[in-house]
Design a protein around this ligand. Structure first.
Ligand SMILES: Cc1ncc(COP(=O)(O)O)c(C=O)c1O
Length: 469
């Protein structure tokens, strides 16, 4: 049984988060080794003089992230997966086999459906505070700062982001692991360019997946291998390929979260065959029912390449994002960026660094999280009241809901009607490789809570009369 030395600062609040963070650091640092049993929640609560619920919350967080496993009769232990970091690795990955070129969903160019269901409410862009950040930059940085910058990003931003990702996403990053890019899309492109320079990459992708990504991934040199997604996220047993692209915090489009056993299985898969995991962390800051589950990268920083951006938190038009990768790969991505286009605009990078440093980013996120939660609740409630036959799937998170449609509802029509009612909506069919239930993705970010009921009633009326127009 581990003897834990956990320090908590009662003045800071968020005690469960502090305990989770101390435990996470101890596991990463090797002070808590794989298999170690943790004290019973009651005992640790007594030691720390906190309520038992607080310790339970901390343990649950780390179970969800894959650092701990909890079994009836055994208690809570450090997961064995950290041992697999040291397990012998297969140096030469299996030779890539030719793959069937994906047809239908993965092959076709995406149709245009107006606003994306994952886009934020742009009317809430913090114009004043962003202006203040840009003004601060323009009045303080030396003239030399406007020259070509480091293609990996301005050091001030990498420093701030590393701190932010460690704190908010439980990532295991330092500024030198980070490359600033023009969003998740460019981050994935660059990483795949680099990986496919060494050898052709057979990239496993979730099925269904964002239909916009397939052309981008192929253009970057990947051969796509669809792998089904179920209620627990990507079906890891069916994985094949040299690398995988996943949305573990909130699968797009189905909205499910990758379960703790699947997280562990995914790690094993990566370590067993010298494979990499590309983690698309596109909307992870928006979790409404609990703290966001830490990213996979924090569990295995030598295997996982994390990609995120400000597209959901601030605005996609800023085209600002990041890639966190092991040092060699981060350096290769930085060089590739230098060769490709010499890097991202520097003024915006300094402004984001200032925004992060002064707490503006966190404040904006807190405000938007509350607002989006209200909007999601209102939409889900209206659906349950008016059209209970429509099934809302996925966790309480993000900026979109995945709706399974009742028998007789046509996907493209449901999406079109939803758009006409002012919602951002897309049919899921074009995102699928294998057949699946009729479903649409609906974005709620731009739908004020007080308009949800009318929108849903409109949908109900128009869809029940679908055979007549
Ligand atoms: C699942 C998913 N990943 C990635 C992206 C791309 O994001 P970015 O704007 O950071 O390139 C999107 C954008 O809609 C998305 O929905």
């Amino acid at each position: 049984m581990a003897d834990l030395h956990i320090q908590i600062n009662r003045d800071k609040g968020g005690i469960a988060g502090q305990i989770a963070s101390e435990l996470r650091d101890s596991i990463r640092g090797g002070r808590l080794t794989p298999g170690t049993r943790l004290p019973a929640t009651r005992d640790l609560a007594t030691d720390l003089q906190v309520s038992r619920g607080v310790v339970v919350e901390a343990y649950e967080q780390l179970v969800a992230e894959g650092f701990l496993v909890s079994r009836v009769g055994v208690g809570t232990q450090v997961t064995l997966k950290t041992a697999s970091r040291a397990a012998p690795r297969q140096k030469t990955p299996p030779r890539p086999r030719p793959v069937r070129r994906a047809s239908s969903a993965l092959a076709s160019a995406p149709p245009y459906y107006g606003h994306r269901p994952t886009s934020p409410d742009l009317s809430h862009f913090p114009r004043e505070r962003w202006l203040a950040a840009v003004r601060h930059v323009l009045t303080t940085v030396p003239s030399e700062a406007f020259d070509y910058g480091d293609p990996g990003g301005v050091p001030e931003l990498r420093e701030e982001l590393a701190g932010y990702l460690r704190r908010v996403r439980a990532a295991d990053v330092r500024p030198e692991n980070l490359v600033i890019v023009g969003g998740v899309a460019q981050g994935l492109s660059l990483v795949l360019h680099v990986l496919s320079r060494q050898r052709p990459v057979r990239l496993a992708v979730e099925d269904p997946t964002s239909h916009r990504q397939a052309p981008l991934l192929r253009r970057a040199g990947a051969h796509l291998v669809p792998v089904p997604v179920d209620e627990e996220g990507l079906d890891v047993r069916k994985l094949s390929g040299d690398a995988v692209l996943v949305t573990p915090a909130h699968q797009y489009p189905t909205g499910v979260v990758l379960s703790p056993p699947r997280r562990a299985a995914l790690m094993e898969w990566a370590y067993a065959g010298d494979r990499v995991i590309l983690e698309d962390d596109y909307d992870a800051e928006f979790r409404f029912d609990r703290d966001p589950v830490g990213c996979l990268q924090g569990l295995a920083p030598d295997r996982v390449i994390l990609s995120g951006s400000v597209s959901k938190a601030l605005a996609p038009g800023l085209r600002l994002g990041w890639v966190a990768a092991p040092p060699d790969l981060a350096e290769a991505v930085r060089r590739a960026r230098g060769e490709l286009d010499l890097g991202s605009p520097v003024v915006e990078q300094y402004a984001l660094a200032h925004f992060l440093r002064t707490g503006g980013y966190d404040k904006h996120l807190r405000r938007m999280r509350r607002e989006y939660r209200r909007r999601r609740d209102a939409l889900v409630r209206a659906l349950a009241e008016e059209v209970p036959e429509v099934r809302v799937k996925g966790i309480d998170a993000g900026l979109h809901v995945y709706l399974e449609l009742p028998a007789g509802w046509d996907e493209p029509r449901a999406a079109r009607v939803a758009q006409e009612l002012g919602l951002s909506a897309e049919p899921v069919g074009p995102m699928r490789e294998s057949a699946g239930p009729a479903a649409v993705v609906v974005g709620f970010a731009r739908l004020p809570a007080h308009k949800a009921l009318d929108a849903v009633r409109g949908l109900k009326v128009r869809m029940s009369g679908q055979n007549v127009d």
